[in-house]
Design a protein around this ligand. Sequence first.
Ligand SMILES: *Cc1c(COP(=O)(O)O)cnc(C)c1O
Length: 360
Amino acid sequence: MSRVFNFSAGPAMVPEAVLKQAQEEMLDWQGSGMSVMEMSHRGKEFMSIAEQAEADIRSIMEIPNNYKVLFLQGGASSQFAMVPMNLLKDKNTADYINTGAWSKKAIAEAKRYCEVNIAATTEADNFMRTPAASELSLNSDAAYVHYTPNETIGGVEFPYVPETGDVPLVADMSSTILSRPIDVSKFGVIYAGAQKNIGPAGLAVVIVREDLIGHAGNNVPAMFNYKTHMDNDSMYNTPPTYTWYLAGLVFQWIKNNGGINKIAEVNKRKADKLYAAIDDSSFYANPVEKESRSWMNVPFTLANADLDGVFLAEAKELGLTTLKGHRSVGGMRASIYNAMPEAGVDALIEFMVQFEKRYG
Ligand SMILES: *Cc1c(COP(=O)(O)O)cnc(C)c1O
């Protein structure tokens, strides 16, 4: 068996050490005589797994005590609705920053619940940059400000955290959570689907400042109310136990690999060298403004799009897979989340150089 370097945007690579540990523990988790997926979520074994996972993400991200960490189903997309359902209180307007495909989905969902003020949009620039702080026209009456720190499809990432004063800041961190240290206290809500930088699909991690919980209207279903999940330690109904366990193994992997500062250092190096390879050639191009380039998702095009198919086929032969760009962007996209080894990026760059020599 030989494992490939999988550049998929999501579900994405999981660290090999985590997969091996899961394999070892598959039939008998730590002498329990059963697999984690067979355990009662209310039994002491799974409770210990769940508590450890929460403790680990809290320590990795230095999450302050006045924040709850919820392990929910429904992916990041359910949060597009849960955010307005829980945060509007008596207000009827929210600010949204539009930087691309995922922002747009969040905006469309919010429009079902409130008036959406577009605080800034870079659509006129084809979403090839993030707006400067000076471009944000925030409404002081907004219930919250929502933005997408990293647009997974466009490969556009905010180089700063917007200042929103007393208005809670909400961030869809699906494709950037755990990639570097952040100051959680600047946010009201942080949410992320697990399948990019946390583990397998089926789980959303939602970090919510406590005072923002408990204000949902009576018409909000129990499953969509943050308070339900806070009051029940994310076990109001059966949680995705196996995914939660694997997420916990990934958190331990981060701790065992030097913590988030070390992970960030490697991520920056991986991104820097891939962008340098693109910029140093006249064959490859990345259209995103330099300051707004994503550390996690790197789209690039070939000078001759007729060669796209050959590029993908030859890359695959070498074990470099899922490099095809999103259908809305075209070209290539290399997603290089935490679990993509630096050797994978090196192999991709080496292939790109050789490919250009032969076809450029
Ligand atoms: C992948 C992604 C989503 C959607 O996540 P689901 O878990 O599939 O709902 C939302 N936002 C961003 C930024 C993403 O990258």
